[in-house]
Every structure is written in C-alpha cells, then in structure tokens.
Design a protein around this ligand. Sequence first.
Ligand SMILES: Cc1ncc(COP(=O)(O)O)c(C=O)c1O
Length: 400
Amino acid sequence: MKRRVYLDYSSTTPVDERVVAAMLPFLTNKFGNASSVHSFGQEARAAVDRARAQVADVINARPNDIVFLSGGTEANNLAVRGVCEMNEARGRHIITSAIEHSAVREVCDAMERHAWTVTRLPVYNNGIVRLEDVRAALRPDTVLITVMLANNEIGTLQPIEEIGAFVRETRAGGHRHLWLHTDAVQAVGRMNIDVENLGCDLLSMSGHKLYAPKGVGGLYVRRGVRLARQNIGGHQERERRGGTESVAGIVAFGAAAELARTELDARITHLLLLRNRFEAEVVRLIPDVIFNGDRKHRLPHLSNISFDGIEGDGLLINLDLNGIAVSTGSACASGSIEPSHVLRALGLTDQLARAAIRFSLGKDTTDEDVDYVLEVLPRAVKSLRDMSPTYQKRLSHAVI
Ligand SMILES: Cc1ncc(COP(=O)(O)O)c(C=O)c1O
C-alpha cells in the first residue's frame, strides 16, 4: 500500500481516540437534551458543564466565560459583529490586521458596507503587526481591535499581550468602549495561552484544530463584555448562542482541551524537533527556498516555504500523488487563483506567493513521516523546476 503522510494539521486534525471514547456515550445512551429538566437532560447538562471547565482551563478562563458554538467561524462572527452591534452608538471603527482569517476579514468587510470604518494594520515582511501602528490607528470612535493570536498560513504570533496592555491602559484613560478580540483557533493546543496575560476580552477557539471533531468551538467572553445576539430564538448558552447544544461535540471538545493542556509541553517539544529538522534538511537539499513569516515568533508545527520557480498547486498535486497531504495558502482559499492575501501582505511577489506550500505537522507525525517527505519533496521540486522555462532561464543567467 502506498505510504500516506498527512502534513495538513492546520487545516484539520483527526479525532484523538481518547476523545472518541469520551464522546461516544453522548451519541448513544446519554443522548439527552441539555435543556431538559429530567434525568437524561441533567446528565447532558452535567457533561456540558464539565466540558466548559475543561475548555476554560486550557486558556486560564472561568467556565462561565466560555460560550459553546459551532466552530471558529461562528466564534469570530459572534465576537466581531456582537461587539460592534452592541456598541455602535459609541463608535463605528474597527482595527484589524491585514492577515486575518476570512472569518474575521470578511466580517470586517461586511461591516464596512454598513457604514463602519476599518483600519487594516500592515504586518511588514515578518508577518507581525506593530504596537505603534495599533496606537496610531486608535480613534475616539474605535470600539474593537481584532488581531489574531497565530496566523493560519504562516504561523506567526502577534503581540496580543502588548496590545492587551495597551487596551487596558486606554480603557483606564477613559475610552471605556474599546474591546480586544483575538482569533486563537490555530494557537489553542499548540502554545500556552492565558487570557489574563493576553488581556483580551474575547478569544475564538475551534475543536477540530485540536483533535476534537469538526463543528464545535468556543468563544471566550470576559465577564462584563456584552454581545449583540446573532441568532434569535433559543436561549441556550445564557442567551449568547441559541440552538440545542451539540452535547457529544462539546464533550469531545472538553476532553481534547484537557489532553491539550496536560500534553502541551510534550507536544511542543515533539513538534519543534520534527519541524526544525525538516526545515534544516529542506535548506540542505533544495536550492532557492524562501521561508515565509518570522522564524522565531511562530507556532511550533508549521513551515510555510516558497519554492522559487514553481507553482504551489503543481507541487501540491505532485506530493498528493505520492501520498503526501499539504496545503497552499489556507484551506478555505485553495481553489481560488488569487495568491494568498497573507503572503501578499508580507510583500512577496505574486510569483513567490503562488510558489508557497504550507507544511503543518501534528502530534502524531513521526520521524519516518518526515524522512519520507524529505525523500519525495526534492525530487518533486526538481521535476517541476526542470519543466519551468522561467526558472531555467534564470538559472542560465545565474551561470553566466
Ligand atoms: C485562524 C482561523 N480562524 C478561524 C478558522 C475557522 O474555524 P472553523 O473551521 O472551526 O470554522 C480557521 C480554520 O481554518 C482558522 O485557521
């Protein structure tokens, strides 16, 4: 059988079998509706409460500050729209970064069509926003700063702690209607997160990025932050998110969060060892590669690399034929012919942006997986470059 290696953990992760074991009873004999008064309902309610505490623990929050919903996209929608709509009498200005996931970016675009103003902060060539730009962008009518904790395409970490301190200071100075949201969908389970240190008011999470199933997520909402409801009807989640809870999904999310917390250090060590070896070997084996995004301030599991002279899509297909799964840009953007907005924001040419591949490793990635990729990748890159007239032309110029 052909070997299969999955290096697309930033897109999604398999459900951990311990997580499957935890959730299974809630699909079968413990099937109650968490809003029902009878014992079936109480059983489900207790399980949801336990999961709430587990998810809160992974970001050092209080259980009551966690709202369960369908995933990262919904969390971002509820955070951005919820804060903006609740505060529009106080101001109509949002500050965000140029490299947000579409679930924040397109919500901000939509707000702009409703007479809001949006400032998109640059990220320079390292993929990181600067506090001085946040400071300069602040206006008396700013109600929300939404900047992601870790980017999904290049893995860079944003200075949320610094921005959080700035927001607190600004609020203390009298600008009371200013809130900080961070999309931590890629970060939870891959780095230590403490909402108190970050100083954020809202933080988005998604189960399927941390070995829970797809279709469940959470939004941390600091006590005192009021959100305009986004779905009317249904009073679940203390009026913040109507709709019958996905009890099995929530139980799974809780179990996965607990595993992420207890295994975090071991996972990070494992990922760093593999990722750093992978990168060192890529540099040794393949000429003309460019690493995208800051090499230091980034998640431990991800490498975004442009292979000069090739089309990323061609390389993705070639690797897939060899059983290796990677990604170009973000999963949601693939299929579009536009180069990634993230890579463009770094100042990459369209050619280099299209030549980029995201390799994202997971807790189950092995040394042998990396060895196999290192065996296939140089050959694949070489064969595509041999067929690339522009690359060949550049090579011949270089020799002359
Ligand atoms: C940074 C980021 N935010 C939000 C999302 C959306 O999460 P979900 O797939 O749970 O809707 C993703 C998923 O790729 C992501 O990477």
